[in-house]
Design a protein around this ligand. Structure first.
Ligand SMILES: NC(=O)c1ccc[n+]([C@@H]2O[C@H](COP(=O)([O-])OP(=O)(O)OC[C@H]3O[C@@H](n4cnc5c(N)ncnc54)[C@H](O)[C@@H]3O)[C@@H](O)[C@H]2O)c1
Ligand SMILES: O=C(O)C[C@H](O)C(=O)O
Length: 310
């Protein structure tokens, strides 16, 4: 298994380190446009192997030839937002980066599975899919795992229970219009509506929707990376080990939820072939309306991007 992480910044480097520690790849390549950064960070990670007890061969590079024959490529290249910005404000700049990165990846790897992280997430996943020419099952956006993790953390904090017992469902685009689905959010199988008053749930839902901005406002110079990297690794692990985890990921829908051809977050089965099943769960009309609205926002942004994808 060879995994490449494009972008050796906060998310990329943290992801690469977690992947190395978990020994999910025999070979791990960290690539960035900035010379020296991927090489230095990769060597530093590699030198932690004797202490962290892993043998993954981690190398840093600025040359796509070193990514040749990757089984999985994680794209984290692109600008993060600053306080006051929305993720959509990154659209034009990051679309150019993701398009170019994808073009270069595909010159050296025939049939990789691409996990997209760059923002605005759902639209960048669309860009990577279009540019790559890969089947839609092999281009997957990471956001739902992160958004659900945030909702789970807030619920665990609220109730003083282990995060392990909290399961949350957050669908839709990775923006302020995301859809935390209260009905499918439970603590050891108990619906949270039975445990937390409705007005407080509404506050936790709102905190989840603005969870990314909450971190941006603290950091000032960039956005979250520990929870995002952990979320990427959960997805990659399910693919590498063919675990068939059911995780919310941004995938291209084909009529499910009344949405056609748009990338948005829904529960999918992730295995060695990428997206192996899309689950169309029964939603209340109000949640379905929100999900469809969120897809329209993604779609409108995709339309703002001018092809050609070559
Ligand atoms: N999907 C999510 O849930 C999620 C979570 C966190 C961050 N993000 C997004 O991920 C992206 C990266 O965030 P970060 O915190 O790591 O930012 P960062 O600035 O720390 O790192 C970005 C890296 O990309 C590199 N880069 C830029 N253009 C490149 C190119 N053409 N080829 C290769 N590398 C290139 C930069 O040199 C930099 O090292 C941002 O767009 C951010 O918004 C998404
Ligand atoms: O909020 C951001 O800009 C980064 C990321 O999408 C996040 O949710 O942390």
């Amino acid at each position: 298994m060879k995994i490449t992480v494009i972008g050796a910044g906060n998310v990329g480097a943290t992801t690469a380190f977690r992947l190395a520690e978990k020994q999910l790849a025999r070979e791990l390549v960290l690539l960035d446009v900035v010379e020296g950064i991927p090489q230095g960070k990769a060597l530093d990670m590699y030198e932690s192997g004797p202490v962290g007890l892993f043998d993954t061969k981690v190398t840093g590079s600025n040359d796509y030839a070193d990514t040749a024959n990757s089984d999985i490529v994680v794209i984290t290249a692109g600008l993060p937002r600053k306080p006051g910005m929305s993720r959509e404000d990154l659209l034009m700049m990051n679309a150019g980066i993701v398009r170019e990165v994808t073009r270069r990846i595909m010159e050296h790897s025939k049939n990789p599975i691409i996990v997209v992280v760059s923002n605005p997430l759902d639209i960048m996943t669309f860009v990577a899919w279009k540019q790559s020419g890969l089947p839609k099952e092999r281009v997957i956006g990471m956001a739902g795992v992160l958004d659900s993790a945030r909702f789970r953390s807030f619920i665990a904090m609220e109730l003083g229970v282990s995060m392990q017992d909290v399961t949350a469902c957050v669908l839709g685009g990775h923006g302020d219009a995301m859809v935390p689905v209260v009905k499918y959010t439970t603590v050891a199988g108990i619906p949270i509506a039975d445990l937390i008053p409705a007005d407080r749930i509404a506050e936790l839902v709102e905190r989840t929707r603005t969870g990314g901005a909450e971190i941006v406002n603290y950091l000032k110079q960039g956005s979250a990376f520990y929870a995002p990297a952990a979320s990427v690794v959960e997805m990659v692990e399910s693919i590498v080990l063919d675990r068939k985890r059911v995780l919310t990921c941004a995938v291209s829908l084909d009529g499910e939820y009344g949405i056609d051809g748009t990338f948005v977050g829904v529960p999918v089965k992730l295995g060695k072939n990428g997206v192996e099943q899309v689950y169309e769960i029964k939603l209340d009309q109000s949640d379905l309306d929100l999900l469809q609205k969120s897809a329209v926002i993604v779609d409108d942004n995709c339309k703002m991007l001018e092809a050609p994808f070559t």
